[in-house]
Design a binder for this molecule. Structure first.
Ligand code: NDP
Ligand code: MG
Length: 385
């Protein structure tokens, strides 16, 4: 049949909610939620399961599994737990696509298991590629499995690439809104609060990626994501600040032609495209109205105020375990900033320190990457500014 059965990992988060909205409002009726996962928000997961009736749900945090079971008694929804539950859902023979919207390195397991079973993965969890890019791309090749971008910049590049030959690409230009602190000096950033950093000008997202957008670490992670996803050299990836978030990224071909993708800042479009690709469905949200007076602005990023970008290029140059170290350090540093334990400018500092001190390995296995991840988390946990 023509139904696409989708397993949504992280269905209770920002991308997860938008994904369920896309599935629900899909006019063709071809998309169906086959499985859902949540970590701690068991009430929302139970509500989603009651409304949608997926085949199964997984609670990855072991604590609230009994509550979900109780809430779903009398329904046909099977309740699974832990990483094992995630693996069973994504590898289920009836699963057609996996949309991975888990936040952080915790999303890596789900991507891995899905690719191993040859499933198409719609990837929002960029951390997967930052931590284990080469291993993931190699696995996808061996299993003949597809990775489709959900990140708006990468969806834009993916769409722009369709107008040329891969060998004819000169570079890609990732756009960034600049976040809430665009134009600020380091002095001004010294005392910013989590509340100020959580106030993003153009996007509403989960807390971790919102802080990443304020430090420009999100763009740093996206540069690394683009390298692996599109098989680019580091010097083929550029970042430009574009405050309107209307152009989501661009590809420049060898002849100098630049192809851009434009749409309103609404994640439902890239999510939908990753679920219906190679087809397109009617627009899930508002349309761009370019007949109204408007302007597009571009400026270079301020790398001194936002050192995260330089970290990305250094991580790409080093390869190996560097991405796993950077990602884990950043996850814990963001948590400590949100908890009021460290300052805003300490986030890239902690990352720099971990990058400089970690036991580098140029060709790590997945196990070694997890060891570096655990080590880096401990380091930043006890790091003193
Ligand atoms: P949210 O914080 O809103 O949601 C995160 C989801 O992951 C929740 O469902 C949460 O479950 C689950 N989760 C948290 N920790 C774990 C864990 N240890 N194991 C398993 N599941 C866990 O994040 P976003 O939706 O904003 O972002 C999700 C991913 O998508 C990130 O990688 C982000 O970088 C990427 N992305 C997000 C965009 C956006 O617009 N939000 C844009 C582009 C990319 P629970 O709530 O039940 O605890
Ligand atoms: Mg993005």
């Amino acid at each position: 049949d023509s139904t696409t059965r989708v397993v949504v990992l992280g269905s209770t988060g920002s991308i997860g909610l938008s994904t369920l909205n896309v599935i629900e409002s899909d006019g063709s009726g071809r998309l169906r939620a086959h499985g859902l996962s949540a970590h701690s928000n068991w009430r929302r997961l139970a509500d989603q399961a009651r409304a949608i009736s997926p085949r199964f749900v997984t609670v990855t945090d072991h604590q609230p599994a009994d509550e979900v079971r109780a809430a779903l008694r009398g329904t046909d929804v099977e309740v699974l737990t832990g990483v094992e539950g995630v693996i069973r859902m994504v590898q289920d023979p009836a699963t057609d696509r996996v949309l991975n919207a888990i936040v952080g390195a915790a999303g890596l397991n789900g991507t891995w298991a899905a690719l191993e079973a040859g499933k198409t993965v719609a990837l929002a969890n960029k951390e997967t590629l930052v931590v284990a890019g080469p291993l993931i791309m190699d696995l996808a090749r061996r299993r003949n499995a597809r990775l489709l971008p959900v990140d708006s910049e990468h969806s834009a590049i993916f769409q722009a690439l369709q107008s040329g030959n891969r060998r004819e690409v000169r570079r890609v230009i990732l756009t960034s809104s600049g976040g809430p602190f665009r134009g600020k000096t380091r002095r001004e950033l010294l005392k910013v609060t989590p509340e100020e950093a959580l106030n993003h000008p153009t996007w509403r997202m989960g807390p971790k990626i919102t802080i990443d957008s304020a430090t420009l670490m999100n763009k740093a992670l996206e540069v690394i994501e683009a390298r692996w996803l599109f098989d680019l050299e580091p010097d083929q990836i550029e970042v430009v600040i574009h405050p309107e978030s209307m152009i989501h990224s661009m590809v420049e071909f060898v002849d100098g032609s630049v192809i851009a993708q434009l749409s309103p800042p609404d994640m439902r479009l890239p999510i939908q495209y990753a679920l219906t690709y190679p087809d397109r469905s009617p627009c899930p949200g508002p349309l761009l109205d370019l007949t109204k007076p408007s302007a597009l602005h571009f400026e270079p990023p301020d790398r001194e105020t936002f050192p995260a970008l330089d970290l990305a290029y250094e991580v790409m140059k080093r390869g190996g375990t560097a991405g796993a170290a950077l990602n884990a350090a950043n996850e814990v540093a963001v948590g400590r900033f949100l908890g009021g334990e460290i300052g805003f400018l300490d986030i890239p500092r902690a990352c720099r320190s971990v990058l400089d001190h970690h036991e580098f390995d140029p060709r790590p296995t997945l196990d070694q990457l997890w060891k570096i991840d655990a080590w880096a988390r401990l380091e930043v946990q006890r790091w003193i500014p």
